[in-house]
Write a protein that binds this ligand. Structure first.
Ligand code: IFM
Length: 417
């Protein structure tokens, strides 16, 4: 049986600047240097449950794994990487602009860096791929991090000014903008648990950081719309499918609270300043008496439950917003590529079901086009459709990518009935 996707559906994959470009100089690159030894040591405690730990161990316990360094050298190899994506039938691509390259010093904007991203966009268009441009995927110029980053007085206005520079230079060639990537994940790790730079702990700092980002989004939305009223703007929102394990009042109440706090809060606050809902989806949390009682019958290399069908629930829960939906990220860390080969068709079948249930989904971006730098987990987790040999920068297309290419090329998926 063949599942057909809606007309003009966009198919592609996503990346982000710091994770693939290489040679970035920002708050993360500094933090990596100071924390690589610790992260390498801690990996043993965090990941030794993994049945494949012995395969990863030498890489994961090596401090160099936690230094982004040359990454995928995508900054110079973007054209050949886009050739690969085009050969895989992608007709859209999501990437992010690196603020620290555009404004390396306060108020000084680097024309060569702006020109670079213009060429990136033109390279996508030349290959028939619609660019989805993210303005901020967590990294900050050093001068701004030194002022306090997201909590710096005037952060939102700095972001607005950066947005204005970008939209003035690139707006002619871009229709889809994502102002912020996963602001909730960022603020939770950077301001609540303290796992990421600037390693703050506390509910107050978490909420203050969220407020700053909400304000920044609204200003950026206005800046983009002022110049290009027809442009389509959203954020990439990390939503979890919270499932009440049964119908008891307590579990349903917990599910409702989790939905409100994690899934709905940010989206509701920016309700009038988004043209589409951008969904990043990775996780299912089953609630049975308390949060996260997952069965974990299968797990990805990250330790996340293997749960491709949860995309159906994450998407249908967005129907009440009555906006077009783009899946801006969905994927798994699977170095062996065996789970991924099953994951993509199963997730897409779930997505098709969500569309049939009334969700206005218009595009799907697998995370990620390339293996890349997974933040404080370094390089050993592999999310890519394309395998990267970091020593030689050789790209190898994985079997899952070839199967996904058939879907992209036909905008349909053959499933067993
Ligand atoms: O790699 C990240 C990305 O930067 C944001 N979304 C989740 C991905 C996988 O953890």
């Amino acid at each position: 049986m063949r599942l057909e996707f809606p007309k003009d559906f966009l198919w592609g994959a996503a990346t982000s600047s710091h994770q693939v470009e290489g040679s970035n100089h920002n708050d993360w690159s500094e933090w990596e240097k100071a924390n690589a030894d610790r992260l390498a040591r801690e990996s043993e405690q965090t990941f030794s449950w993994n049945p494949n730990w012995n395969t990863f161990r030498s890489e994961a316990t090596n401090p160099n794994t936690y230094i982004s360094g040359a990454a995928c050298e995508h900054y110079s190899r973007y054209e050949s990487d886009f050739d690969l994506a085009a050969s895989l039938g992608h007709n859209a691509h999501r990437f992010s602009i690196e603020w620290s390259r555009i404004e390396p010093r306060e108020g000084e904007f680097d024309e060569a860096a702006i020109e670079h991203y213009r060429q990136v966009i033109l390279a996508l268009r030349a290959r028939g791929m619609e660019p989805f441009v993210t303005l901020w995927n967590w990294t900050l110029p050093l001068w701004l991090a030194e002022k306090g980053g997201v909590m710096a007085p005037g952060f939102s206005e700095y972001f607005e000014r950066y947005t204005e520079i970008i939209v003035k230079a690139l707006g002619m060639d871009v229709h889809f903008w994502i102002t912020l990537n996963e602001p909730d994940v960022y603020t939770a790790h950077a301001y609540l648990t303290g796992a990421w730079p600037p390693q703050k702990h506390g509910l107050i700092s978490f909420f203050r950081a969220q407020s700053a980002l909400i304000h920044a989004h609204r200003l950026a939305y206005r800046a983009l719309k002022n110049r290009f009223p027809g442009s389509q703007i959203g954020i990439a929102k990390h939503n979890i499918w919270f499932e009440a394990a049964d119908n008891t009042m307590w579990n349903r109440l917990l599910k409702w609270s989790a939905d409100m706090a994690w899934n709905q809060f940010f989206l509701t606050r920016i309700r009038n300043t988004q043209d589409f809902i951008g969904l990043n989806h990775y996780n299912h949390h089953r609630i049975a008496g308390w949060f996260r009682k997952n069965e974990n019958i299968r797990q990805t290399d990250f330790g996340w439950e293997y749960s491709p069908e949860s995309l159906y629930h994450a998407v249908t829960e967005l129907i009440p917003y009555q906006k077009p939906i783009y899946i801006l990220e969905n994927g798994i860390a699977d170095a062996s590529d065996t789970l991924r080969q099953e994951f993509i068709p199963t997730a897409l079948t779930a997505l098709h079901r969500a569309i049939a249930a009334g969700a206005d989904v218009r595009g799907y971006f697998y995370w990620s086009l390339l293996d890349n730098f997974e933040w404080d987990k370094g390089y050993w987790l592999r999310f890519g459709l394309v395998h990267i040999d970091y020593a030689t920068q050789t790209r190898t297309i994985r079997p899952s990518a070839r199967a996904y290419a058939e879907v992209c090329k036909t905008s349909s998926l053959e499933i067993e009935k």
